[in-house]
Design a protein around this ligand. Structure first.
Ligand code: HEC
Ligand code: HEC
Ligand code: HEC
Length: 446
């Protein structure tokens, strides 16, 4: 101990700090959890009002729109048998086997155990689960829906795939670290609707329930603190996904992905594109959002999709498009002839000479908010790696964007995107070669 800290220790300040820390840890380990479990209203088990068959069907629907299979299926693996690694800033966490195998899956679980996992983030043996399993959102799922999900999972063919240990680095792989994390960031949902919700129409409340719970939109679209927890009040503020260069845009800001109309949002969630005739230009679900649509939201029933769209509409402040309109009215900045030539040679055939796109096939790049966002990440990824909107019933044969990774170097991608972002009334900052390089490396390593 140095002289200074020895002095501090004697004076009591350091002793108090250490004691405080130990007390906080003890509280986090035992107190907070017990408090949590007590604070939440005891919810009666099971649904009695619907037949087992209807419950099973509802469970299958909920599992789909909750995207459970996406995380719980390894590439080429049996559905719901687990083994896909979920990236976190502290190491990867493999998902678990949710099939009813008694040894490796959840065959010996009861509906209560399952509810505990979804609602409290605890394993059957009481161990705390990693928030790579987004129980921070699923805690909002009702007991009836949890039971339906459980009934559905128990009806699947069992898989003998054994669960893998997590690759979290020390100390994040300890129960103590999880306890601290939970004390900071996790509060199980109460059964009663939040006060701010109670005044909303029932349909909007249903939308809030789906967006905040099974839809787990905040898990990607929410801003996170240094320890990876969602920041309160910024659940939809937009964020770069951990370990990837993808940026999930803000659902609050209409200059990014804030809802512009109920129809627009419904179409995006159910078909993967808002359609080319949309007054606000075409939006296309890409990358991780394309997975959300492909495996989940395209199966939303119309009433649920509408409910979600209605709720998302409440997140954006009134009087939206003003900002964008004025940004577009700015005079065009001077064009770089080399970049204009790159655009002409590689892009104009699809996106049009004036970035106007082609109705029914290619999105306009002029006035396209996915292109104009402050963070150019997703536009860079589109150009480098190409992409498709997800193929859905409502958009069965999406047009593709070819990858330019082998055709254009980083400097050229930066130049052509800077051109796109500042032409035809577009007025967003340029993209640098360094940004392009960083995004490419991160995506390639992923
Ligand atoms: C973003 C990825 C992701 C999604 C989406 C997801 N899970 Fe998980 N889940 C995980 C991971 C990772 C674990 C393992 C956590 C751990 O080991 O600490 C897990 C664990 C679980 C467990 C605990 C199993 C056990 O053996 O301890 C249950 C139950 C579960 N998930 C159910 C679901 C259900 C139901 C859904 C859909 C509503 C779902 N999960 C969606 C990633 C996900
Ligand atoms: C796995 C992470 C993830 C989840 C979960 C997720 N999103 Fe996204 N979302 C993204 C990413 C990344 C983008 C940017 C790519 C794009 O534009 O499609 C995006 C884009 C969007 C857009 C803008 C699309 C456009 O092109 O204008 C909307 C709207 C949206 N998400 C809504 C939602 C809603 C509603 C939910 C919950 C039902 C949700 N997202 C869940 C990652 C996610
Ligand atoms: C063969 C036709 C084709 C060519 C050539 C092409 N694109 Fe695309 N582009 C598409 C399609 C189709 C989409 C929508 C699907 C998607 O987003 O993956 C798209 C999407 C995009 C997006 C994302 C827009 C959004 O709304 O999310 C950007 C940015 C983009 N292209 C830029 C370019 C640039 C820059 C070039 C030239 C270097 C180019 N494209 C060349 C067909 C093309």
């Amino acid at each position: 101990m140095t002289a200074v800290s020895a002095k501090l220790w004697k004076s009591g300040a350091l002793r108090a700090a250490v004691l405080g820390l130990v007390a906080a840890l003890v509280w986090a380990m035992w107190g907070a959890d017990a408090w949590h479990e007590r604070a939440v209203t005891r919810v009666p088990t099971g649904i009695t009002a619907i037949t087992p068959q209807a419950q099973l069907q509802e469970g299958a629907y909920l599992a789909r729109i909750g995207n459970c299979a996406v995380c719980h299926t390894a590439q080429g693996g049996e559905p719901y048998a687990g083994g896909r690694e979920i990236d976190t800033p502290f190491g990867a966490v493999p998902s678990s086997n949710l099939t009813p195998d008694p040894a490796h899956g959840i065959g010996q679980w009861s509906a209560d155990d399952f509810w505990r996992a979804l609602h409290f983030g605890k394993r059957r043996d009481g161990q705390r689960l990693s928030p790579a399993f987004p129980y921070t959102s699923y805690t909002h799922v009702s007991r009836a829906d949890s039971d339906a999900l459980f009934a559905y999972l128990q009806s699947l063919p069992p898989s003998r795939r054994a669960n893998m240990p997590s690759k979290l680095v020390w100390p994040f792989n300890t129960q103590a670290a999880l306890a601290v994390w939970r004390a900071l960031y996790f509060w199980p949902a109460s059964d009663a609707p939040h006060d701010s919700m109670a005044s909303l129409p029932l349909e909007t409340q249903r939308g809030a329930y789906l967006v905040q719970g099974l839809g787990h939109c905040a898990e990607c679209h929410g801003a996170r603190g240094p320890l990876g927890g969602l920041r309160g009040g910024q659940e939809f503020a937009g964020a770069v996904l951990p370990g990837t260069p993808w940026y999930a845009p803000s659902l609050v800001n209409t200059a990014e992905a804030g809802a512009v109309s109920v129809e627009h949002t419904m179409r995006l969630l159910q078909t993967g594109t808002t359609g080319l005739q949309s007054a606000n230009g075409q939006a296309v679900a890409q990358g991780p959002m394309a997975e959300v649509v492909l495996n989940g939201s395209q199966y939303l029933r119309d009433d649920d999709a509408r409910a979600m769209a209605l709720y998302l509409q409440t997140l954006v402040p009134a009087a939206p498009t003003q900002e964008r309109a004025s940004a577009q009215a700015q005079a065009p900045s001077k064009t770089d002839p080399k970049a204009a030539k790159l655009y002409e040679d590689h892009c104009a055939s699809c996106h049009g000479k004036e970035g106007q796109g082609q109705p029914g096939a290619y999105p306009a790049l002029a006035g396209n908010r996915a292109v104009l966002m402050a963070r150019p990440n997703n536009a860079v990824l589109s150009v480098q790696f190409g992409g498709f909107a997800p193929a859905t019933a409502g958009n069965p044969q999406p047009y593709g964007m070819p990858p330019f990774l082998l055709t254009l170097n980083d400097a050229e991608v930066a130049a052509v995107l800077s051109h796109v972002r500042s032409s035809w009334g577009n007025h967003a900052a340029g993209v640098t070669e360094l940004e392009v390089q960083q995004i490419r490396r991160l995506q390639a390593a992923h």
